[in-house]
Design a protein around this ligand. Structure first.
Ligand code: HEC
Length: 243
């Protein structure tokens, strides 16, 4: 068979990707890229604080224990309790919440999902752009819609910080940009930094062992390196009389 036929599917997939990447909707979303920094403890501390203050009213992290979190983000338990635990929970408990799913369904029309694994299932960029692409929409019960999660039931709970924005469409009804309607308490840069911290925190939560794995991995590689040298010279020593 002619080689060109084998290459054809590859060419087609190349171009289909291109056309997807250049669609205005995805290009507006792809303006929002999360910068990963799970080794940045200060960012994780801020992210945890924001999460507890702004998200935990509705979302649980049922696989995360307060004690493990306090240790990983290097906050002493006493300080941690004073600043991050508002209920009568104990340090060994998980970050569950007391909102009943049936109440949530009634209030929001959807149950706020547990976010323990969200950054792993949808990716950091998705979470980050979700928090950054709320826009005014009078047809929605909350008054806001979202570009990455159309018709989301979640209210734009950070609107007082970000300010309100409208979506600007081109003549084909494709989203091209956001237009500010009212200022928030935060500047755009500060809001992006905050949402990046939250995303960073959720990325850490979705795989807490990653922090340890990175530091253990480093020492394992050093060990293998040193051991290789030792093994090499041992082999040389053993075989030197046999030749
Ligand atoms: C007032 C309650 C409420 C608060 C506070 C809230 N959310 Fe939500 N959130 C919801 C609801 C309800 C949904 C489900 C939306 C749907 O499925 O349509 C949701 C969905 C989400 C999703 C998508 C989950 C998925 O499986 O697709 C993410 C991510 C999210 N919220 C993050 C956050 C973050 C981060 C915060 C804090 C900054 C926050 N939420 C605060 C109610 C809330």
């Amino acid at each position: 068979m002619n080689k060109i036929y084998i290459l054809l599917p590859i060419f087609i997939s190349l171009f289909s990707n291109l056309s997807f990447a250049s669609s205005p909707k995805s290009s507006l979303i792809s303006d929002y890229k999360y910068s990963n920094g799970i080794n940045n403890t200060a960012s994780l501390q801020r992210g945890a604080k924001y999460f507890v203050n702004y998200c935990m009213g509705c979302h649980s992290l049922k696989y995360m224990r307060f004690s493990a979190l306090a240790k990983d983000i290097e906050v002493e338990e006493e300080l941690f309790f004073k600043n991050l635990v508002f209920t009568n929970k104990k340090i060994g408990e998980t970050m569950a919440i007391s909102m009943k799913p049936s109440d949530a369904e009634l209030w929001f029309g959807a149950v706020p999902p547990d976010l323990s694994l969200i950054a792993r299932s949808k990716g950091g960029d998705w979470v980050y752009s979700y928090l950054n692409t709320f826009y005014e929409d009078d047809d929605r019960p909350t008054g806001f819609n979202n570009l990455v999660y159309p018709n989301t039931a979640m209210p734009h709970i950070l609107v007082s910080l970000q300010g309100s924005r409208k979506l600007v469409l081109d003549s084909y009804n494709n989203p091209v940009s956001f237009e500010k309607v009212s200022d928030g308490i935060y500047s755009e840069i500060k809001y992006q930094k905050m949402t990046n911290d939250i995303t960073n925190f959720l990325t850490y939560v979705s795989e807490p062992a990653k922090l340890k794995r990175h530091s253990i991995g480093f020492w394992v590689l050093i060990f293998i390196f040193i051991f290789t040298i030792i093994a090499y010279y041992t082999k040389k020593e053993f075989w030197k009389d046999i030749k």
